[in-house]
Design a protein. Structure first.
Length: 107
């Protein structure tokens, strides 16, 4: 898949169309700096490009600013932010009995 792969950008558009914010009150603490849908697009990219680590995802996005922009990032999150946000999705996956990969693949 090339950087300008229209299929990946179509997948990003589908994620944007299907995304629905989680219902309920927001958790305590600092509000997220990056939109949840942008993080979901990054995780879909990670699966599609078969990137195995968050540092690998960060490296890829830092080398491909157009892809990072298409994900929805004006500035790139730290690699630890990717890890924390994926962990935040995991309890939802546990409650629904689905893996995080299944949830992302269903988008």
């Amino acid at each position: 898949m090339s950087v300008t792969d229209p299929v990946m950008f179509e997948v990003f558009a589908t994620v944007e169309r299907l995304y629905q914010p989680r219902a309920g009150p927001r958790q305590r603490g600092r509000p997220p700096s990056y939109r949840e849908v942008a993080m979901l697009k990054a995780f879909v990219l990670m699966m599609g490009k078969q990137i195995k680590t968050f540092s690998g995802l960060w490296s890829y996005l830092s080398q491909q600013p157009e892809v990072a922009r298409r994900c929805g990032f004006e500035t790139l999150p730290h690699r630890c932010t990717f890890s924390r946000r994926l962990k935040a999705i995991s309890p939802y996956a546990f409650r629904t009995g689905r893996s995080v990969g299944e949830i992302l693949a269903a988008l």
